[in-house]
Each structure stands twice: as C-alpha cells, then as structure tokens.
Write a protein that binds this ligand. Structure first.
Ligand code: PGA
Length: 266
C-alpha cells in the first residue's frame, strides 16, 4: 500500500515570517496526521525558518524547489545537495515545468540532478507533463515516456524506490483548469506502466505518483482516490495553511477519523 504524499510547492512566495506563521497554523490543523506524508517546499530563503518552526515534528518534512548537480565550487547563485542536507531537507523537486520552460532545464539536466540527489540521500520529486499543444496533437504518451526515460536514465531499480514522480500537465498549472480525475488516472497509469519498463513491475508498483495542477480542497479527494494517484503537488492552494490542510485531509483514507492516526509505511 503506497502512503499518499502531499507537498506544498510555495514557488517564489513566502517571507520568513509568513513561513513561520504558516507552519504554526498547519501544525495546529494536521499536527498528528501520520497516514499521509506531508512535505513543505519553501523557497531556499525560508527553509531554515520552516525547519525551526517545525521543531521536533515528524509529520511534516522539508523539500527544496531545485538544486545544482555539482558538489561545490565556482557556481554563483547555485545550491548543492550537501547544503540542502545541512538544512534537514529530505526531498527536492526536479524538472518542474516552470524550470523546463523558463530556465531551459532539459531531461539531461534533470537526470544529472536526480543522480546527485540520490547520492546525497535526498529524495527527488521528478516532474513530468505535457503542454496543451502536445495534448491536442495526441502526444501525451510520447512526451511522458521521453521525459521519464530521459530524467531517470541510468537510475537503478533499487534507487527508484526513493523517487516520487509528479504528473503535472502544464495546461493545468496555475490556470484553475484541473485535469479530470479520468484524464489524470489515465496518465498516471501510463506513467506506472512506463516505470515498469524502465525498472520492473514490482518497483513501479511501489513508486508514488503525485498529481499537480490546480489542486484545490474541492477536487483533491476525487483526484487522490484514483487508483494510481498517490498524492498531490500543490502550488497556489498551498499558500494558505487552511486550504492546504484541507487537501491533506483529502488524502487520508476514508475510514480515518478527523484526527486519528493510522500507522502506515511510506
Ligand atoms: P498550481 O501549481 O497548484 O498552482 O497549479 C502546481 C505546481 O506547479 O506544482
């Protein structure tokens, strides 16, 4: 049974004070949820503050929005995997479509970063997804296959256990236009099938695949109750702690009480 993973991708938002206040509210709302893995992905400048505000909370983990593939040296403006580890970061989002589109990130670059992240014991959240033009041209499967094979090249089956995939159709990001549960499930099922070809079926069955793109409290549960949707990568709706908490609750098994903790393995 795959444990759902819900992540708050704050993008280029949140000062340190805003981040601390968010965490305080979120802990009050979902502090004892243990049947969903919750990750906050702040901008680099707020990571230390989020870490401090989380204190000893084991429920919520920290992610970063990007990193560089070199270990250190003359790379002005970049951040290394070791620097993220130093701030107690556990996950790193790689290949987000905003970076692919605005900053020229290619599958090859994403692949180098995935390699270095795994070597540093960071868990990559690898983003894939098609544009509207590609969907209209019937290229969804070709694009997903190419992004997955490129980004995960040379990654061993055993290491794949530590990877999370985020399916984020570009046309659904920040647009208010969500993929329907059926469209998302179809893409997720194809992604799992492709992961099986890249590694093996047993490994693919264990890998968590998040959906991202205009996830809101009112569509989260329907999306996450699809068989191959194992959580959400949330942008806009993750900036408000109440709506993010509501989305986290939408990931909980139906039988869970509002605050009851159910032990589960990631
Ligand atoms: P959105 O962003 O929820 O604002 O659509 C999702 C993402 O880009 O991760």
């Amino acid at each position: 049974m795959r444990k759902k993973i819900v992540a708050a991708n704050w993008k280029m938002n949140m000062t340190q004070a805003e981040a601390a206040s968010f965490v305080e509210t979120l802990l009050r709302e979902i502090g004892d949820v243990s049947d969903v893995e919750v990750v906050i992905v702040p901008p680099f400048t707020a990571i230390a503050k989020v870490s401090e505000a989380l204190g000893s909370s084991e429920t919520i983990k920290i992610g970063a929005q990007n990193m560089y593939w070199e270990r250190g040296g003359a790379f002005t403006g970049e951040i290394s995997a070791a620097m993220l580890r130093d701030l107690f970061v556990r996950y790193v989002v790689l290949g987000h479509s905003e970076r692919r589109q605005l900053l020229g990130e290619t599958d090859q670059i994403v692949n180098r970063k995935v390699r270095v992240a795994l070597d540093a014991s960071l868990r990559p959240i690898v983003c894939v997804g098609e544009t509207l033009e590609q969907r209209d041209r019937g290229e969804v499967e070709r694009v997903l296959c190419q992004q997955l094979r490129g980004s995960l090249a040379e990654i061993g089956a055993k290491e794949m256990d530590d990877i999370v995939i985020a399916y984020e159709p570009v046309w659904a990001i920040g647009t208010g236009r969500t993929a329907s549960a059926e469209q998302a499930q179809e893409a997720h099922s194809f992604i799992r099938h492709t992961l099986g070809e890249i590694s093996d079926d047993a490994t693919a069955t264990k890998i968590r695949i998040q959906y991202g793109g205009s996830v809101k409290p009112d569509n989260a549960r329907t999306l996450m109750s699809q068989p191959d949707i194992d959580g959400a990568l949330v942008g806009g709706a993750s900036l408000d702690p109440h709506s993010f908490a509501e989305i986290v609750r939408g990931a909980r098994p139906r039988s869970s009480g509002p605050r009851r903790a159910v032990a589960a393995e990631p």
